[in-house]
Design a protein around this ligand. Structure first.
Ligand SMILES: Cc1cc2nc3c(=O)[nH]c(=O)nc-3n(C[C@H](O)[C@H](O)[C@H](O)COP(=O)(O)OP(=O)(O)OC[C@H]3O[C@@H](n4cnc5c(N)ncnc54)[C@H](O)[C@@H]3O)c2cc1C
Length: 548
């Protein structure tokens, strides 16, 4: 592995993966004065927090808006990064009923919306609303103070005494409550609501088996969304600039294909090697375990590594997403009249029922025998009954579109395996085009008739594009699937352990390091990994000076 290895490629810390987690780690490590290199396989940094421009339209390639979660703003403040942001209010709609959620009263409107659609289930709806309200209180505790990980706890005594100490008992109480709501949201709702369509309206846009607390906490998160001026990618750009300002080095278009744990070496696609004292792996974890060479390391670490590797490789990435991007010849005002720029819309109150689970599973199990016509018939039903996340960047920041025009991103959760099978069968392009047509038909027949004949250009990203672009197993967008036992830490009170791997010089960060994940947890783990390295280095230095 040492073919092109030279001294100039030696670093205190190397971070692999320039998504939001890797950017955070590298920013903190370089701010601490380390010699740092951040390696990213794509030309651009940001991973799933990335924006791009096409024909003058700005689009977000991954996440559509950001939740502070008591993490992002404290991180920006701590790193002294100025980022201009807008609030990003959410709308929720089913059939003709659409509500804008601007504040806590949105929950009252949500209750009314559900009762209008399912008047016979009023008392069950009241029960769910009560639970969501309780969860919102828990969320106010969880996110109620700036996350202490981003505070200077040695110098900021006022934060410790006025905020942290009074908060801690409430936090411990809340964590206990959360852990009791860890069952899949689908099963949890069954204990309260009889009507499967109503259950679907509340939960069908969540990932399979999402823990109930996480899913039902989304109402709080709706109120927390914000949007950086210029697009979500501006957050990644700001972190990238911070790394450079602190003397860190960035290397793009470089894919790591081998890690040698014993020699602390990385090899890229051109066989160039890089030496590290500490490695932060902030990319897909299955990839790390597949390419990690452990010959020569201590036998105890080796055994632990093999055990963890089995767990990691047995597991799957969670649900993926299909996103349709539209450039539309219609002004923003026409869309503003209908809903906010971040909109969860379900055209039919029937609900997906078994369409997305049992029927899809049957198709996949018998894929060799299934005809194209059968797949497309399923797809039509799937599209008509689904919930869409519709993002209109121009409604959040009007400068993101050419005058008089609108860009839309319409997405729905999509099964990686189906796209993979269809690709193998050789008709992926046809399938994608059909799915794009169906989405346009469903959306223009329901909520946005203004789309008809106004689309200038369309293109899409599939679960396979996500896998190719960011190297995410099964095209997952928030890390591990909730369906099996979790191979990483999934309890907030021990989140600092999530960044440890069986190899002492290798740390992990990002959406694969902790579950449930998303942008805030990716940032948090990025910071936690950096903190561990900085602390260890200090200890080594102290030991060195005492020995001397
Ligand atoms: C449509 C969509 C909607 C979402 N909505 C939300 C939401 O509402 N709220 C929320 O919190 N989150 C949301 N997310 C999820 C969120 O965007 C991700 O969980 C988060 O951005 C993950 O960050 P990360 O740094 O861990 O991983 P990534 O962004 O995947 O970054 C990993 C990076 O590593 C690079 N890489 C991979 N392999 C290698 C290699 N071998 N060598 C070098 N580089 C490599 C990749 O190119 C990538 O840049 C959404 C995502 C999508 C796609």
């Amino acid at each position: 592995m040492e073919e092109k290895y030279q001294n100039k490629y030696t670093y205190n810390s190397i971070v692999v993966g320039g998504g939001i987690a890797g950017l955070t780690s590298a920013a903190y490590l370089s701010r601490a004065g380390q010699k740092v290199l951040l390696i990213e396989k794509n030309k651009e940094f940001g991973g799933l927090v990335n924006s791009f421009i096409r024909d003058g339209f700005h689009f977000d390639a991954g996440v559509r808006a950001l939740e502070n979660a008591g993490i992002i703003f404290p991180m920006l403040k701590d790193l002294n990064i100025q980022l201009e942001v807008f609030k990003s209010p959410v709308s929720v709609g089913v059939e003709n009923e659409i509500i804008n959620i601007e504040n806590i009263n949105g929950l009252v409107k949500y209750r009314e919306l559900l009762i209008k659609l399912f008047p016979e289930s009023e008392s069950e709806i009241n029960d769910v609303i009560k639970i969501i309200r309780k969860i919102m209180k828990h969320m106010n505790v969880l996110y109620g103070i700036e996350n202490p990980v981003f505070k200077d706890l040695i110098r900021d005594k006022s934060f410790i005494f006025k905020k942290l100490l009074p908060w801690l008992p409430k936090f411990i109480f809340t964590v206990g409550k959360i852990n009791r709501m860890n069952m899949p949201v689908e099963d949890y709702l069954k204990t309260i609501i009889k009507n499967p369509s109503l259950r679907d309206m509340i939960a069908q846009h969540f990932f399979r088996n999402t823990p109930a607390f996480f899913a039902l906490s989304y109402f709080s998160l709706y109120l927390d969304y914000f949007y950086p001026k210029g697009g979500v990618g501006k957050l990644s750009e700001a972190l990238k600039n911070k790394i450079l300002e602190c003397g860190g080095e960035l290397l793009s278009e470089t894919k790591i294909i081998e890690v040698n744990a014993d020699k602390c070496l990385l090899k890229d696609q051109s066989n160039i090697c890089y030496k590290y004292d500490n490695l932060v792996w902030a990319a897909d974890l299955k990839t790390l375990y597949k390419i990690l060479e452990i010959q020569g390391i201590d036998s105890k670490m080796k055994a632990k590594f093999e055990e963890t590797k089995i767990k990691m490789l047995q597991n799957r990435g969670g649900d993926s997403v299909f996103s349709l991007f539209l450039e539309v010849n219609e002004p923003l005002e026409s869309f503003r009249k209908v809903a906010n720029g971040h909109f969860f819309y379900t055209p039919s109150k029937t609900g997906l029922g078994e369409t997305h689970r049992k029927e899809l599973n049957n198709l996949l199990v018998n894929f060799e025998k299934v005809t194209k016509v059968q797949v497309l018939a399923w797809l039509e039903k799937f599209t008509k009954l689904n919930t869409f996340e519709i993002s209109i960047p121009g409604l959040k920041d009007p400068e993101l579109v050419p005058p008089g025009k609108t860009g839309l991103i319409i997405s729905l959760l999509a099964e990686y395996d189906l796209f993979k099978e269809i690709e193998k069968a050789g008709w992926l392009t046809e399938f994608i085009s059909e799915l794009e047509n169906l989405i346009i038909t469903v959306i223009s027949d329901s909520v946005y008739p203004i789309l008809k004949n106004k689309i200038i250009t369309r293109f899409s990203l599939t679960p396979l594009s996500i896998e190719n672009r960011v190297g995410s197993s099964e095209g997952a967008i928030v890390g591990w699937s909730f369906e099996k036992s979790m191979p990483v830490v999934n309890k907030i009170q021990i989140s600092d352990r999530s960044v440890l791997t069986p190899i002492s010089s290798i740390y992990q960060a990002g959406q694969w390091a902790y579950s449930p994940a998303g942008v805030p947890m990716s940032i948090l783990t990025g910071k936690l990994a950096a903190d561990k390295i900085i602390k260890n280095e200090k200890l080594i230095l102290q030991k060195g000076s005492t020995n001397a």
